[in-house]
Design a protein around this ligand. Structure first.
Ligand code: SF4
Length: 181
């Protein structure tokens, strides 16, 4: 038996910068002190009339660092990482849109400015690391990740293994307005 230990995986430099950016955003949101009552409405997209958009670099980070989804991937109505009581099971890896969105009416006007500011930082991060900027709904990323997207219900749980799509291809979309629309 060998005493040699498995080497620690080397973190992708873009992930380190993305985590710093997320921490910066979390601090900016915390300063504004929005209230979350765990209504879960932010993650029930169709019921509340919004769509979660995220970039390729965020999606790659999400699937590499979140646990597998706890529910089947549907046609875009809900997030597969939301548990039965409305909590996020991908909290540490959730994308910018989830971090900035709160349904607190007192905070409502703050989200667009924060979104615009941090989208710009995200896009520059992708450019610095020569990564494709594909800004699309969560369920499009999930479907694109599969070899066959004909049957969304057949998609296996994700979240295991290395970040498979750090260099995903797709048209650069520029800065879209808001993560939820
Ligand atoms: S990743 Fe988490 S916070 Fe974002 S939509 Fe899904 S369950 Fe909600």
């Amino acid at each position: 038996m060998s005493d040699e230990q498995e080497p620690e995986p080397i973190a992708d430099p873009i992930d380190i910068e993305l985590e710093a950016l997320y921490a910066q955003l979390d601090a900016a949101v915390a300063e504004r002190a929005p209230v979350c009552q765990i209504s879960g409405r932010c993650c029930r997209f169709r019921e509340y009339g919004h769509t979660l958009f995220l970039s390729s670099i965020e999606f790659a980070y999400l699937v590499a660092n979140a646990p597998p989804p706890i529910r089947p991937i549907d046609d875009g109505a809900t997030c597969p990482w939301q548990d039965r009581v409305g909590r996020c099971t991908a909290r540490t890896a959730r994308p910018l849109g989830c971090r900035v969105y709160f349904c607190d009416p007192a905070y409502e006007g703050e989200a667009p400015e924060l979104t615009e500011q941090f989208l710009g930082l995200l896009k520059r991060l992708a450019e610095r690391h020569d990564r494709t900027w594909q800004y699309a709904p969560l369920h499009r990323h999930l479907r694109d990740r599969e070899p066959s997207s004909a049957d969304a219900d057949s998609i296996a749980p994700i979240g295991e293994g290395p970040a498979a799509n750090a260099g995903r291809q797709g048209p650069a979309s520029g800065l879209a307005a808001g993560f939820f629309s």
